[in-house]
Write a protein that binds this ligand. Structure first.
Ligand code: F63
Length: 405
């Protein structure tokens, strides 16, 4: 069984690296070996398959029921993993997405707060394109226009876009959906035109709030879910450096401690959860339910006025500046950390994430990463908070998992 020998040899070689004195195969020397086992994080257990393997190992015929049970599951399971890169001040994170045949790769803003996959396209007026890479459906042999379909979306920051729809192949981090609704922009607002590195958005909220009419379309995750090892994706955003979106598995090396899961209410189409409360700096934890959404497409951490006021009360020189539309403070000030309660778990958002950016070129006054959620109706746990955590978006149990990292 050459494969087994090869495996054993490799394992022994690895063992040698671990400091034991392995036996020299083919001699009379004596020795010892220690093989360290590593659990496969991607393995999904399946009883009938395990039983069928045992029958096969000993050449026993599979009982009919078992044959049927195994036949139903032997479909390839898959995963995906893609790097996501922050733009200046971590204002947004851009992720390469391949569309069509041959592949047209665009850098999209993966947004767990919306559910449309839309792109700058050959149909976007040239006057509204300033440096973006566009999707040209006519150059894709797998593109099929979705007859009569249109879309139109407006985001929390007032930016908007609209257009028509093509079904095409979409690949993210090695994970492919063969027929994904790709919404081609025929119009984009100035905020998108001036956002020259952003080629569009890839929504990962629930498909119930997809804007395509007359027939709503599924998100990339909803289309991929049934083929994934596990019906989940994870967000691992980082401050000032690339992170990852993973699909179908949990990278147990990407976080510290354990993952705390909390229920999601998806009735409004968002990954909406109830935080158990907060703490400011080293002050005591305030146990109070705060309903909010996990939103990778929003830059800041938007919280109830009472919390925001309490936070900036601890910051000397902080004030609400109506000309900026938010709280500002001297850039040199020392800020307190902000602690997010998830059940009995605490996620600490470091003060440096909350010193968001200077308001002007003097660099004297800075804009806060914590601002009011007034008028929205719920809190928005945007990138300022998410980059302090490893977050599991569980589409199977409709729950969110949070871990420190
Ligand atoms: C920076 N403005 C343009 C832009 C980039 C991403 C988005 O989309 C958003 C904005 C706010 C919340 N969610 C998604 O707008």
């Amino acid at each position: 069984m050459p494969a087994l020998t090869a495996l054993l040899t490799a394992a022994l070689a690895a063992g040698a690296l671990a400091g034991t004195i392995p036996p020299r195969i083919g001699t009379t020397d004596k020795g010892t070996a220690s093989l360290t086992q590593v659990r496969n994080p991607h393995f999904v257990r399946h009883g009938p398959l395990a039983l069928a393997k045992a029958y096969q190992k000993y050449g026993a015929p599979l009982p009919e029921d078992l044959k049927v049970a195994v036949a139903n599951i032997v479909q390839k399971r898959t995963t995906g993993s893609v790097v996501t890169t922050p733009q200046q001040y971590d204002v947004e994170y851009l992720t390469p997405v391949s569309i069509g045949t041959p592949a047209q790769t665009l850098n999209l803003d993966v947004d767990t707060g919306s559910s449309d996959l839309w792109v700058f396209s050959s149909e976007t007026p040239k006057s509204e394109v300033s440096g973006q890479t566009v999707y040209t459906p006519n150059k894709s042999s797998t593109a099929e226009k979705l007859a009569g379909a249109t879309w139109e979306i407006t985001y929390g920051d007032g930016s908007s876009s609209s257009g028509d729809v093509y079904m095409d192949k979409v690949t993210v981090g090695g994970l492919t959906v063969s027929a994904q609704a790709v919404e081609a922009a025929k119009q984009v607002s100035d905020e998108f035109t001036s956002d020259s590195q952003n080629d569009g958005l890839l929504g990962l909220a629930f498909s119930t709030i997809n804007t395509v009419q007359p027939t709503r379309q599924k998100t990339f995750f909803d289309n991929a879910k049934s083929a994934l090892n596990s019906p989940i994706f994870t967000a691992d955003l980082k401050a000032g450096k690339p992170g990852h979106y993973n699909f179908g598995y949990i990278d147990t090396g990407a976080y510290t401690g354990s993952i705390t899961y909390t229920p999601v209410d998806n009735s409004q189409g968002f990954w909406m959860f109830t935080s158990s409360g907060y703490a400011i700096g080293s002050a005591s934890f305030q146990s109070t339910s705060i309903e909010g959404i996990a939103d990778t497409g929003t830059t800041l951490l938007l919280l109830p006025d009472s919390v925001v006021t309490a936070y900036y009360k601890q910051v000397s020189g902080a004030k609400y500046d109506s000309s900026q539309g938010g709280y500002v403070f001297p850039c040199s000030i020392t800020l307190p950390n902000f602690v997010v309660g998830i059940g009995s778990t605490r996620i600490t958002v470091p003060a440096k994430y909350i010193n968001y950016a200077p308001i002007d070129s003097t660099g004297r006054t800075c804009f806060g990463g914590v601002q009011s959620d007034s008028g929205i109706g719920f809190a928005i746990y945007g990138d300022i908070a998410l980059k302090a955590a490893f977050v599991v978006f569980d589409g199977g149990k409709t729950q969110l998992g949070w871990a420190s990292k």
